[in-house]
Design a protein around this ligand. Structure first.
Ligand SMILES: Cc1cc2nc3c(=O)[nH]c(=O)nc-3n(C[C@H](O)[C@H](O)[C@H](O)COP(=O)(O)O)c2cc1C
Length: 358
């Protein structure tokens, strides 16, 4: 089926196609899943202040990043391990290209090499994301590959010095030993500010640091000349008991003071979530789990449907709030600390209340 009209139909279709262990791998978080749930709670605690009578007959939501046009300031977030679903990263790149959003390709997507994905992508909005799996010579070689492939940017993920205990995967015996599963992971554990500084010196592409959760680290990264701070708790999949992304975003925006671009992800599952993130000061958002489920549901067409529905939700949200251009959304349209809706059983059900079976 590719005539989805609701995002939850995509989620349901993916659930029907994935094995229970694959489903858990995608939707699960670390340990108690407190960070995972807080991502949604933080979004739900933001309420809108709609303004009326503003002639919203012409609305816009396009943006620019690293000199490239985006139809919506959205990146398909890097998704590594579930490599093969729905045609994998090549299919995702086709959808991102045809729709006009960005894509950050994970370096641990072995179902397709960077070069294969780049051949199908809009390279102006393709970013290559690295987990450090070798020494500094190896890292430089990955930068060179990204340059040769024509990527628009290079991202290094810094929130994964160790792989967290994702209890759904452990209970499913899906990955018994993550250390064995990820050879050379010790290079990631040893990655530090000095190595990041040398990477900055070497890398001529816009450099994104993914997995920043504090203003102190954002400030230090900006001081090194990092082009974009990617605010993320890895979708609740790395340290548990952290704040939701929307809670950490505003202090980081305040600290960065436009010296670098800001991308944010974590629990974004609806168009209203995108508007909230931009209103809090992000330049663009990343969508992880929902993208992964859309890919699993119906490959490239599934991701296109997801993007079209998200775009329509953004359009409706802007019109109903009286905001003519998404990039003009700011904290004036938000109230913090609103009561989140009544607790439901899971973070997905909070976003998709019609999904009783999840
Ligand atoms: C199945 C899965 C695989 C992921 N693989 C990677 C990866 O290879 N590299 C990375 O930086 N982040 C990875 N992430 C984290 C995402 O890029 C993103 O930060 C997170 O999913 C955003 O939260 P959301 O899923 O709530 O949208 C992965 C997330 C999921 C769900």
């Amino acid at each position: 089926m590719d005539d989805y009209v609701l995002l939850h139909e995509i989620v349901l279709a993916a659930k029907g196609l994935l094995s229970p262990a694959e489903w858990d791998l995608i939707v699960g978080g670390a340990e108690t899943e407190t960070t995972l749930c807080r991502n949604r709670t933080a979004l739900d605690r933001l309420a809108f202040r709609p303004r009326v009578l503003r002639d919203v007959s012409k609305l816009s939501w396009n943006a620019q990043i690293f000199g490239a046009e985006l139809r919506l300031p959205l990146f398909l977030a890097p998704i590594g391990t579930p490599q093969g679903y729905g045609g994998g990263p090549v299919a995702a790149a086709q959808a991102a290209r045809d729709f006009g959003c960005g894509m950050i390709l994970s370096s641990v997507s072995p179902s397709a090499a960077l070069e294969q994905v780049a051949a199908e992508a809009n390279r102006k909005t393709l970013v290559y994301q690295l987990y450090v799996r070798g020494d500094e010579g190896w890292v430089k070689a990955q930068v060179d590959r990204a340059v040769t492939a024509g990527c628009a940017g290079f991202a290094v993920t810094v929130d994964t010095p160790l792989i967290s205990r994702r209890e759904r995967d452990l209970a499913n015996r899906f990955m018994v030993s993550r250390r064995r599963h990820f050879p050379n992971a010790e290079f990631q554990a040893a990655f530090n500010w000095e190595k990041l500084a040398r990477l900055r010196d070497y890398c001529r592409l816009p450099l994104i640091v993914k997995g920043i959760q504090t203003p102190e680290d954002a400030d230090r990264a900006v001081g090194l000349g990092i082009d974009a701070i990617y605010v993320s708790n890895h979708g609740g999949r790395q340290p548990d008991h952290c704040l939701g992304s929307m809670e950490i975003l505003a202090p980081i925006v305040d600290c960065v003071k436009k010296r670098a671009k800001i991308i944010v992800d974590g629990g974004l599952l609806r168009g209203t979530d995108i508007v909230k993130a931009i209103a809090l000061g992000a330049d663009a958002v990343g969508v992880g789990k929902l993208f992964c489920l859309a890919l699993a549901a119906n490959g490239s067409a599934g991701v296109m449907s997801m993007l079209n529905i998200l775009e329509n939700e953004v359009e409706v949200c802007l019109g109903l709030l009286g905001i003519l251009n998404l990039l003009d959304a700011n904290s004036d349209c938000l109230i913090h600390d609103a009561f989140p809706p009544q607790e439901r059983n899971s973070h997905l059900r909070r976003a998709f209340p019609l999904l009783d079976s999840i």
